[in-house]
Write a protein that binds this ligand. Sequence first.
Ligand SMILES: Cc1cc2nc3c(=O)[nH]c(=O)nc-3n(C[C@H](O)[C@H](O)[C@H](O)COP(=O)(O)O)c2cc1C
Length: 355
Amino acid sequence: MSRLFEPVALGDLHLANRVVMAPMTRSRAGSRGQPLPMTARYYAQRAAAGLIVTEGVFPSPDGQGYPATPGVCTDEQVAAWREVADAVHAAGGRIVMQLMHCGRAALRENQAADAEVIAPSAIACRTPLYGPNGVQRPCSVPRALRTEEIARVVQEYRDAALNAVAAGMDGVELHAASGYLPMQFLSTNTNLREDAYGGSRENRCRFVWEVMQAMGEAIGHGRVGIRINPGSDYNDMADEAPAATYATLLQGLSGRGFAYVHLIHRPPAALDTLMLTRAYWSGPVIVNDELDAARADAFITAGKAEAASFGRPFIANPDLVARFASGAPLASPDRATLYGGGERGYTDYSEFEAP
Ligand SMILES: Cc1cc2nc3c(=O)[nH]c(=O)nc-3n(C[C@H](O)[C@H](O)[C@H](O)COP(=O)(O)O)c2cc1C
């Protein structure tokens, strides 16, 4: 019997099984950044996961980088997320909101009129992004945050965490991976600051520590997780010494009661990020590694992780947990409907039916 089906506690989050739905941006939010009713249906269909991590949600309008992504700032957005959380809970599931501030990995034209592309330093991301018209463009050149502004950004995350809980979410996950704002503070190529938030490893970790602490104080540390992928070059990241950066980061977070580290385990060849995480973080680990059920079970059985997350498999298999349990074949997602559009390729994947 696979260990995937055993219950587990990640901080204050009590999961019925260890199959986690990984966060996936689907770019189907309404024009004011509110999730639409189909999003409640989409997540409720997948509520048999031990835990759902929502798509990346912007904590402030400056944090939006892509078209049609949702926020959790306005009353309307919070009310719409309540529909999502209620639908998942009614179906017996657990759900945390991923807070994703894109920082420099953004296009100005994807943001609201009064928003701004900001980052630790004024260095543009060289990855092109899709604009509202579906055409790829170079990222906007960000404005470097002034030292005295950083407390406001931390506060925005804290308010977003409170809003997520007000919407009925079971917790939040800080997106500190994939080259977004928190990782831009961590990485040596995007953080050239000379104040207390740049330079030494401790200084580059300070922003993430402060955000995690502020959110933990607001909603309880046991309801706050963090997603990392040490050493990744996604979104034009290039840390000179990721092992040292993440050892420092994790040491500063360990032992403080946070719910989990969600590790994207796709490291450069020279770095075993699971070993690194186990060495410097004493709490629960969710591993994400383009997994299938057997490899996920092997990580858990070997004591390398407490749970495993699956992204693309959950898109086309709303009943993924049942398929894993029965050994039923998995359907493949339609790539053309990953981002944007309506119910097609979103809520219309069916449960497995034996032929
Ligand atoms: C359509 C799509 C959207 C994604 N959006 C996010 C996101 O918003 N936040 C995030 O942390 N990761 C995001 N990811 C990465 C996934 O969470 C996951 O790490 C990745 O798909 C690898 O896992 P898998 O092989 O099980 O799909 C996205 C992946 C896909 C395919």
